[in-house]
Design a protein around this ligand. Structure first.
Ligand SMILES: O=P(O)(O)OC[C@@H](O)[C@@H](O)c1c[nH]c2ccccc12
Length: 259
């Protein structure tokens, strides 16, 4: 199963990386960071309207290479100028052709929150996210225990970041709520087989109490989808492929925000 493979690959990469830079050394690097103004994505989500997390993604396991030309900094700047509320950056190298360097450069080149989109399984990765400029990390319920979910989120918060807790099944949504998540993402993509069903997030929405903002993720193809989600009380959308493939990204984001 692909999700197991992804987690195993992440474990192995982490072990190699720890030999290069130990956790204490990584923590020291984080401690040296200049305190910058906190980019508060949760506060953004609490404003009226629907908020757009625009994703920078070159490839995915289900789609293979999405775009051959990948001017990631230019794409990120276009997202920001078009009014995106946050930028999601894939950092997983093996299956998504991502890099931490993309996150680092995009965070430096833009002034909206960036999300480290990866399969976070260890505190080490939370410190890496911080060091490379992320304001938000993704925590996928399906690959974490209740204890990890809670501890990784609290670690992110203690470093001035926020966590989007991503769920797919009913049980996962319930676990996300119980873990104390402040932002919940409902994925339309089943990470076990990568099948996407745009209607899925609507079915799960009511499991989350109204006070917790919910983001719909994956398979969002245009402004009509965003409008339906806004009407169903979603506070945000996470859009990757449709934006990466759009020739006019600016226009697409504008239409998302306007609907
Ligand atoms: O490209 P899409 O269908 O718009 O999907 C974006 C985003 O939701 C997707 O990349 C994603 C959602 N959860 C993830 C977890 C890991 C990697 C990727 C993802």
């Amino acid at each position: 199963m692909i999700l197991d493979e992804l987690v195993t690959a992440t474990h192995n990469r982490l072990e190699r990386q720890r030999e290069k830079v130990s956790l204490p050394k990584l923590k020291q690097e984080v401690a040296k960071l200049n305190a910058t103004a906190k980019l508060d994505f949760l506060a953004v989500l609490q404003r009226p309207g629907i908020h757009v997390i625009a994703e920078v993604k070159k490839a995915s396991p289900s789609k293979g290479t999405i775009v051959t030309d990948f001017p990631y900094l230019q794409v990120a700047r276009t997202y920001e100028q078009a009014g995106a509320d946050a930028i999601s950056v894939l950092t997983e190298p093996d299956y998504f052709k991502g890099k931490l360097r993309y996150l680092n450069e995009i965070s430096a080149a833009t002034s909206i929150p960036t999300l480290r989109k990866d399969f976070t399984i260890d505190p080490y990765m939370v410190y890496e996210a911080k060091l490379n400029g992320a304001a938000i990390i993704l925590l996928i319920v399906a690959i974490l225990t209740d204890e990890q979910l809670c501890n990784l989120r609290k670690l992110a918060e203690s470093l001035g970041m926020q966590a989007i807790v991503e769920a797919y099944t009913e049980t996962e949504v319930t676990r996300a709520v119980r873990s104390g998540a402040k932002i919940i993402g409902i994925n339309n993509r089943n990470l076990k087989n990568f099948a996407v069903d745009f209607g899925h997030s609507f079915k799960m929405r009511s499991l989350v109490p109204a006070k917790i903002p919910v983001i719909a993720e994956s398979g969002i193809s245009g402004p009509a989808d965003v409008k339906r989600l806004a009407q169903a009380d979603f506070k945000g959308v996470l859009v990757g492929e449709a934006l990466m493939k759009a020739t006019n990204k600016r226009e697409m984001i504008r239409a998302f925000k306007e609907f």
